[in-house]
Design a binder for this molecule. Sequence first.
Ligand SMILES: [Fe+2]
Length: 355
Amino acid sequence: MAEILGLGLSHYPPFSGTDADMADILRWTMDDPAIPEAERDPARWGERMRAEWGEDGGAEAAASHRAALVAAFARARAALDAFRPDAVVIWGDDQYENFREDVIPPYAVLAYDDLEVRPWRQAQGSSDMAGKPNVWGEPADTTFTIKGRPDIARYLAGRLLDDGVDVAYAYRPLHHPGLAHAFLNAVLYLDYERRGFPYPVIAFPVNCYGRRVISYRGFLSRMGERRELDPPSPSPARMIDVGAAAARALRDSPWRIAVVASSSWSHAFLCDRTWRLRPDTEADERLYDALVRGDLQAWRSTPLAAIEEAGQQELLNWFPLVGAMHELGRGKPTWTEFVGTDVFNSNKVFASYEP
Ligand SMILES: [Fe+2]
């Protein structure tokens, strides 16, 4: 009989790297001449940010940030192992990785077979880990097999189309030989202890970066830099409806499915309001509070402009999770965790909705 587990987690790339490198995005931003010098001066920062930055550019704080993330991923993995899913459907962003100028679908179901991935060799243009040491000390040619369930993916795409959600689908990769980092890192981090990840994965990319997906390649730019913007991403309300339709499809299926939202919340490098130095924590806390209370309306009524201004583009991955769990009448999570930071680019949120 069908059963659905909901999970929310982060795919924060620097978690793959070393503690000494964890604040590198902030270090890069601090070199941006378009940001007033006074704003870039640590002496002017708030107390928490100064404490995290410390005397060592965040290296010591990185160890505690990592410890909090390791514990949260272990909690999420335990929920997954207890549930024993037939497949794990992951909503994640594609940051100019598999989808590029030739096609940007608003969202898509990747009905892949088993896939060999090389996280470090394929990091070029994807996870920002190219040429950097990884925390596991794995060599560049390290290979993992991520299992697929194209039959379940085909069923899901078919049912979504029947239900009025015009989803794209694909049977093989386009530009990225493996999986974009939102999906790959979710698996690598759920297997932080490297015991293996036995569950098939169905990637469900969402065009989170919208106006910035091709123009800025969904990544860093200097503050004053203006480029011609792309059309927007799908709206938050639409992504809630997509998640609700996915829940209806999976509820009527014979399978046990984990649905996963993969992304950190506000990203400093996208948030002009904070001079791109730290995430918009107030905006994150408002939505986190609504998540914990199971307040669907607060999520549904969030305009895309508010998401973009808060640097919460990737949070679009969480709207289908929220939509799915509310559709199942289980809008309140069973467990949540907010791992806040000023120095490590993004606040990280974890949640589970256990049946
Ligand atoms: Fe991402």
